[in-house]
Design a protein around this ligand. Structure first.
Ligand SMILES: Nc1nc2c(c(=O)[nH]1)N[C@H]1C(S)=C(S)[C@@H](COP(=O)(O)OP(=O)(O)OC[C@H]3O[C@@H](n4cnc5c(=O)[nH]c(N)nc54)[C@H](O)[C@@H]3O)O[C@H]1N2
Ligand SMILES: Nc1nc2c(c(=O)[nH]1)N[C@H]1C(S)=C(S)[C@@H](COP(=O)(O)OP(=O)(O)OC[C@H]3O[C@@H](n4cnc5c(=O)[nH]c(N)nc54)[C@H](O)[C@@H]3O)O[C@H]1N2
Ligand code: SF4
Ligand SMILES: [Mo]
Length: 745
């Protein structure tokens, strides 16, 4: 039995129905009546617990199997991240498993130039021998640190292990420098801890939730969305700051349609009001923070009247919302966001968010940020790694951004291109790319391609013929998450738990699990001793049992829970901070010492000229970037992105809803075409598109040519001087009709 579209929507509805029925979120988002939920019969199904990989939230799922086929995927009620419910993407996992376009065999490039799309199907033996030989050659000729691993997703752990064993520490991912990087650096500097993933937010108990861009409801991180619905049902006040009337704005008491790029001005003005009116948590600030006096002085002139001129938000609203935010403390959460690489001053903006939360006393408090707990899990015994010249946190061989705590992907691109960055010992020569589609996720694509053309080896390990595989020398088809074991992990969360990834059905075609691929490569490079186990289940079992846990129960239920521990002061937690001063550092001496502004200040960013719009991008509930846009199942709900354009502007230009347009950026780069969505729900100075469309890989037979690719237009970035991340919301576009109407038409 395959699930029909109707059932799929009903299952999604079942997922969200219970929590959100009171809030009306289901009907609002899905056009559903929450009462008509129906769960198709499950008699005779085998049910296998594992966790989802349609995004990176790791929700526990129960996969139903009948006659050897996965028939449906539902939330595991025991799993703390799904609580029995999935987001629509998780429900649509079979659309990936049974995608007819999946990579089926290993491929070797046959022509001279990367990107030509000429491959031959080869055996695993041949593909692995080729890869190992090239990797050994690079190690011998240039040193192991001249290989980098780009990795996104749970299965990447085996390749990280392989890379460390090989002798390189260059592990990187666009989910840092193009996503969470500045937030993590800003919070680390302030509280001594990052926000992490899943974010340590107690949204469900918030009495006031402030969302600055965080578009929950379109951003479908499951637990957050469920908690958001719970908070609304309990009467929380929601304040949404977004140039676009997002789904979350539809649930908000205040929508502040801020001028893009000016959030820091609003944050400073909110702090001005809260400090000037004495609305902050005096006791908390005195006990736990340093640098309040400096902040007081710093925000003195940052009045609501001043902020109005920058943000376009009137001073009365700024004062009113500041009082509401402070009035709900400490259960007042100013959401730290996730995709925070916007304008290049992103660490400073994240610092401002962190400091505002410190004034509210929301760190370590119920309804604010919790301090997560996890279940200790012993490592599997393997030999020590050789020295892993991580090279560095940013560019190989040099430290440019001292607070970046991960290797930067665009830094590796630079270090791969001779002349762009003088990496000591010469440029990077080999890339192993696991589960990340660099052609869609890294900005400045021509530079990325230039780097790729300079490589001696590009290996892509993927499940689909994504754009990156077209540029590889060798393509290794991985089994999907429903067909494999991964290593076991302990996710830091408000309740300690362990969960496992185990196969639901055997791998299709000739695809192989990541653990096997990594182990086979290790064997061929004389690194077999790092993969001493033969079957991954045995390896996972040994780790779990050594930790003193019941493996059989974990396998049967998918999740084990530990004894609850206090995660907020209300539960009895004693707060402590891992900063140099052991306090929350409002004033950052670390930054001052590095020659960076110790308190976040506002810088004015260029705004689009008349006739131009700022290009903004985000998510849609049924897709994860471009990784699901070929999923025919999920595409029944949303099959192509649209360009959101303000209705007044459209009227002035004589543009009609649904009309096909192309976007042309400040550098003359043209996008593919997409339909217009004419709406009052966006400011007149920006356009918005959902990221993940405009695929060009011919192998993605469903997605190729559908919609418009925002990344093509991101030719300009603003590099954050603290985290080294790339702000990408700095590109301006004009809107042109895709095809001029015929004369007289
Ligand atoms: N222009 C622009 N750029 C962006 C963003 C944006 O909105 N606009 N968003 C940014 C953000 S927030 C992030 S986090 C990054 C994310 O960027 P990426 O890390 O590139 O993430 P995905 O798009 O999820 O990459 C998915 C790749 O993994 C493959 N894949 C899926 N499942 C598996 C699996 O089980 N095994 C293997 N081996 N491969 C698998 C898919 O086929 C696809 O090729 O992009 C950033 N870049
Ligand atoms: N369905 C779905 N959910 C996802 C993902 C997915 O691909 N699909 N990806 C996941 C990942 S990895 C990430 S990082 C998150 C990303 O999601 P979030 O972190 O929530 O959001 P962003 O992508 O940063 O921002 C998008 C929102 O910010 C608004 N915005 C743009 N510019 C500004 C500005 O200057 N100021 C303000 N205040 N708002 C602005 C946009 O209008 C939009 O509503 O989503 C996660 N959840
Ligand atoms: S949020 Fe959705 S896509 Fe992501 S892991 Fe959970 S169910 Fe899967
Ligand atoms: Mo992200």
């Amino acid at each position: 039995m395959t699930t029909t579209r109707r059932q799929f929507i009903q299952i999604s509805g079942a997922g969200f129905g219970a929590a959100v029925a009171g809030s009306g979120l289901v009907t609002k988002w899905w056009g559903l009546d929450a009462d008509v939920i129906h769960d198709p019969g499950t008699d005779g199904d085998t049910v296998v617990p594992t966790f989802c990989e349609l995004c990176f939230w790791k929700c526990g799922v129960l996969a139903h199997v009948r006659n050897g086929r996965v028939t449906k995927i539902v939330g595991n009620p025991e799993h703390p991240l799904s609580k029995g419910r999935l987001c629509p993407r998780g429900t649509g996992g079979t659309g990936l498993l049974y995608d007819p376009d999946r990579l089926k065999t290993p491929l070797l490039r046959t022509t001279g130039k990367r990107g030509d799309q000429a491959f031959e199907e080869v055996s695993w033996e041949k593909a692995l021998d080729f890869t190992a030989e090239k990797l050994l050659k690079i190690k011998k000729e240039y040193g192991p640190d001249k290989v980098a691993l780009f990795s996104h997703g749970n299965g990447g752990s085996f390749f990280k292990h392989l890379l460390f064993a090989y002798g390189s520490g260059n592990v990187t991912a666009p989910s840092y420098g193009q996503c969470r990087g500045p937030r993590e650096v800003g919070f680390q500097l302030t509280f001594g801890s990052p926000v992490g993933s899943p974010e340590v937010l107690d949204i469900g108990n918030s009495r006031c939730l402030t969302l600055m861009g965080s578009h929950l409801g379109e951003n479908m991180h499951n637990t957050q969305v469920q908690d958001f619905a719970r908070a609304i049902a309990k009467g929380a006040t929601v304040i949404v700051v977004d140039p676009r009337f997002s789904t979350a704005a539809g649930k908000a008491r205040y929508w502040l349609p801020i001028k893009p790029g000016t959030d820091l001005a609003l944050l400073l003005a909110w702090m001005h009001v809260i400090v000037a009116e004495g609305l902050y948590d005096r006791e908390y600030v005195e006990k736990y923070t340093t640098g309040f006096d400096e902040l007081k002085k710093h925000v003195e002139g940052r009045t609501p009247e001043w902020a109005f001129t920058e943000t376009g938000i009137d001073p009365e609203t700024i004062v009113e919302t500041a009082r509401i935010i402070a009035g709900a403390r400490p259960a007042s959460l100013v959401h730290p966001g996730r995709h925070t690489t916007w304008y290049g001053d992103d660490t400073q903006r994240s610092r401002a968010v962190a400091i505002l939360n410190a004034l509210l006393g929301s760190w370590g408090r119920r309804g604010g940020f919790f301090v997560p707990a996890s279940m200790p899990l012993p490592k599997y015994p393997v030999p020590d790694y050789p020295e892993t010249p991580k090279t560095t946190q940013d560019h190989p061989d040099d430290v440019v951004y001292p607070f970046a705590d991960e290797v930067l992907s665009h830094g590796i691109c630079d270090a791969t291109t001779p002349g762009r960055f003088a990496a000591k010992g010469g440029p990077v020569k080999g890339w192993i790319v696991y589960g990340t589609n660099l052609l869609q996720s890294l900005p400045q694509r021509p530079r990325v391609i230039e780097s790729i053309q300079n490589l001696d080896l590009l290996v892509a390990i993927d499940v689909l013929p994504a754009e990156i595989t077209g540029y590889a020398d060798v393509v290794l088809p991985e089994a999907t998450y429903l067909e494999r074991w991964d290593d076991v992990g302990s996710t830091p969360w408000s309740e300690p738990f362990l969960s496992i990834r185990q196969p639901v059905v055997p791998p299709l075609y000739e695809s192989k699990p990541g653990w096997w691929i990594a182990k086979e490569l290790a064997k061929r490079m004389d690194l077999g001793r790092y993969f001493p186990w033969n079957d991954p289940e045995g390896m996972v079992r040994e780790r779990v049992q050594k930790g003193g846990y019941d493996f059989a129960l974990l396998k049967r239920t998918g999740v084990l829970k530990g004894k609850p521990v206090p995660v907020t002061t209300e539960d009895g937690l004693e707060l402590s901070f891992k900063t140099p001063s052991k306090k929350i550092e409002i004033y950052s001496k670390q930054m001052a010492d590095a020659g960076l502004p110790p308190l976040p200040d506002y810088t004015r960013h260029p705004q689009p000229a008349d006739g131009q719009f700022r290009l903004l991008f985000g998510r849609t509930p049924t897709h994860t970037f471009g990784r699901t846009t070929n999923n025919r199942f999920l595409s029944e709900v949303y099959s192509e992105n649209q360009v959101w354009l303000n209705a007044k502007i459209a009227r002035e230009r004589g543009l009609a809803d649904g009309e096909r347009v192309v976007l042309v950026n400040q550098d003359g780069v043209r996008s593919m075409s997409a339909g217009l969505k004419i709406t009052q729900r966006i400011r007149p100075d920006c356009v918005f598109v959902v990221h993940g469309y405009g695929h060009t890989s011919p192998g993605l037979k469903f997605a190729v040519g559908r919609g418009l690719d925002d990344t093509t237009l991101v030719t300009k970035v603003a590099v954050d001087p603290v985290a080294g991340s790339t702000g990408m919301s700095v590109n301006f576009v004009t809107v042109e009709r895709a095809v001029a109407p015929a004369p007289g038409a």
